[in-house]
Design a protein around this ligand. Structure first.
Ligand code: FAD
Ligand code: TPP
Ligand code: MG
Length: 575
């Protein structure tokens, strides 16, 4: 801008600040209270993507953020527009994803009067945002936007909401970018551990005979993938991953054990229970990870490297907390690490691995049935050598993806872990594709979750996005059906699911579509989708009553896993 301090409307300042924060695209939906901001878009280079539901906008911003590490932006009007964002904001909060949501608000003089489309959205979102703001004056817009971006991406990332009254958008003031620099006394996103904590950690590491790294999402947030790999290799410590950590450490690495927790690998959970030292790297001991806290890793000391002090001793009492950025802390530790011989421990774990076939059904002879595991295994085979991002929804298909798709790269899996938000995948994939247009983006979604946000198919078409959609169609709300099977005497109440003909539905949107119900057709459909220049939907009609194994029942001990009955016996009669 030629003039250093031009006089501009709050709306123009908003877009100007977003541009200066590096924003190229926003996901939004207009309405009365945000119309001045939409009107001012004509002065901006920012690309606005019109969504079909504001929940979609928040998941798109979230997918954008997770694909890149940058901040995603969603825009909505007041009242119902803003409240439609709540699920997406809570999803981003639980998984520490940096998004900024901008909502219009009624005029400042009308606040509190139950004006048309007035909702106290800062009140509503207080517990599910990292921070939020109500802006009532144009001269607060610049400093608020700058602060919001700083808060969203610094320290432990998270969602920030800015609610801007209509008069603040319309009024004018002097725009001074430099003067709007964030000054937040009391906000300390840059903590670092005391020297003595490092000494204690090094002492535990050097004494450990059966250590294990628990690799979490914080590795990806911190950009510490290389440092974790160097740490593991130098110390020969094997690595188990959380769902959100998948991709933080290469699946094919000799020290990679796979996923821990409720639907993790049996040998991983057993190894955790047998370990004498757990090194938790950017993971928060979620209940899906620990099972019964009283019996969790009873023989181990614990070192927790974590940026958020609130996570220390929250679920699991730890012996040595190292609070700060993981990458920086690992760089401090690295030069002083020893390289002991761990043959005995690694062989013990390798021995535990032997029983993996108990749930391995992807290699069974083709008996005419299509299992979800086949689809995920084939998808991995077809796309593993490319720059692929898989975006999953929530349910059984999500767990099969985690088990059968072997992620080598960070940010190659995007999934809602903490909130487990059905309907996340399709919009989050749109965000991921916008952020990384060169990537091969695959949605893996259940027939239930797909129907929650399938309206965004129109957004895909309007934006001409080349996204592939694999519906794992089992005719059930499968994960809930599984819980009914195990814990409610197979009373399948409200879980059988009627769906439209997804192939025809896609056609109605102008999207190419393929139906697959035999294993032998799965790979060809994937090849066709990848070769096609445009979005493709594949409806994989899979075995309806298949179950995700292994499983730790909620509240059970980690080593107490429900296992798949021998798969060969189970399917022999179908031959
Ligand atoms: C149906 C279903 C089943 C599931 N089953 C499983 C399962 O079997 N196994 C499993 O693992 N998960 C499972 N989950 C996911 C689970 O609910 C949690 O979302 C997941 O375990 C959280 O992983 P995390 O702790 O690595 O990531 P997050 O919850 O994102 O936590 C990351 C941590 O890293 C910290 N951090 C961020 N940045 C940094 C930094 N720079 N330096 C240091 N620390 C940092 C954060 O403060 C946070 O504490 C399931 C979810 C669903 C929906
Ligand atoms: C918004 C929302 N509502 C309800 C749930 C509870 N829930 C978890 S998994 C699941 C079933 C998902 O069914 P589907 O999308 O068909 O996937 P599947 O498990 O069959 O693979 C349900 C209802 C949820 N996670 N999110
Ligand atoms: Mg289903």
């Amino acid at each position: 801008m030629a003039d250093e301090k031009p006089t501009l409307s709050g709306s123009r300042i908003l877009w100007e600040c977003l541009e200066r924060e590096g924003v190229k695209t926003v996901f939004g939906y207009p309405g009365g209270a945000i119309l001045p901001a939409y009107d001012a878009l004509k002065h901006s280079n920012i690309h606005h993507i019109l969504v079909r539901h504001e929940q979609g906008a928040t998941h798109m911003a979230d997918g954008y953020a997770r694909a890149t590490g940058g901040v995603g932006v969603a825009v909505a009007t007041s009242g119902p527009g803003a409240t439609n964002m709540v699920t997406g904001i809570a999803t981003a909060m639980m998984d520490s994803s940096p998004i900024v949501c901008i909502t219009g608000q009624v005029g400042s003089k009308l606040l509190g009067s139950d004006a048309f489309q007035e909702t106290d959205i800062t009140g509503v979102t207080l517990p599910i945002t990292k921070h939020n703001y109500l802006v009532t004056r144009a001269d607060e817009v610049a400093s608020t936007v700058r602060e919001a971006f700083y808060v969203a991406k610094s320290g432990r990332p998270g969602p920030v909401l800015i609610d801007i009254t209509k008069d603040a958008q319309q009024a004018t003031c002097e725009f001074d970018w430099a003067a709007a620099e964030p000054k937040m006394r009391g906000y300390r996103p840059d903590l670092s551990p005391a020297k003595s904590a490092y000494e204690e950690a090094l002492d535990l590491i050097s004494k450990a005979k059966r250590p294990l790294i628990l690799a979490g999402h914080g590795i990806i947030v911190s950009g510490a993938e290389m440092e974790v790999q160097m740490f593991a290799e130098k110390t020969s410590i094997p690595v188990a991953l959380t769902l959100l950590g998948l991709g933080a450490f290469p699946a094919s690495h000799v020290l990679n054990l796979g996923m821990m927790g409720m639907h993790g690998e049996a040998w991983v959970n057993t190894a955790i229970q047998e370990a004498d030292l757990l090194l938790a790297f950017g993971m928060r001991f979620d209940d899906r990870v620990t099972g019964n806290l009283k019996t969790y890793a009873p023989n181990s000391k614990k070192i927790h490297i974590e940026i958020d002090p609130a996570e220390i001793n929250k679920n699991i009492k730890v012996d040595v907390p190292l609070v700060g950025d993981l990458r920086k802390i690992l760089l401090e530790l690295m030069p002083r690490l020893e390289s002991p011989n761990r043959r005995e421990w690694l062989e013990r774990i390798r021995g535990l691995k032997g029983d993996s076939a108990v749930r391995d059904i992807q290699n069974l002879p083709d008996n005419g049935h299509l299992y979800a595991a086949h689809v995920l295994n084939d998808l991995w085979n077809e796309t593993r050598h490319g720059d692929t991002i898989v975006v999953t929804d929530v349910g059984q298909h999500q767990m099969w993806e985690a088990q059968y798709y072997k992620h080598e790269q960070p940010r190659s899996l995007i999934t809602s872990g903490g909130l487990g938000t059905m309907g996340f995948a399709l919009p989050a994939a749109i965000g991921a594709k916008v952020a990384r247009p060169e990537a091969d983006v695959w949605v893996v979604v259940g027939d239930g979750g797909f129907q929650m946000t399938m309206c965004e198919l129109a957004t895909i078409v309007q934006e001409n996005l080349n996204i592939n959609i694999a519906i794992i169609n089992n005719g059930y709300l499968g994960m809930v059906r599984q819980w009914q099977e195990f814990f409610y005497e197979r009373n399948y109440e409200a879980t059988p699911l009627l769906s439209p003909d997804f192939v025809k539905l896609a056609q109605a949107y102008g999207i190419k579509s393929i139906g697959v119900n035999k294993r032998r057709d799965a790979v060809n459909a994937m090849k066709e989708a990848r070769a096609y220049n445009g979005p493709v939907l594949i409806d994989f009609q899979v075995e309806q009553e298949d179950t995700v194994y292994p499983m730790v029942a909620a509240g059970a001990s980690l080593h107490d896993m429900i296992r798949r009955p021998n798969p060969l016996e189970e399917t022999a009669e179908d031959e």
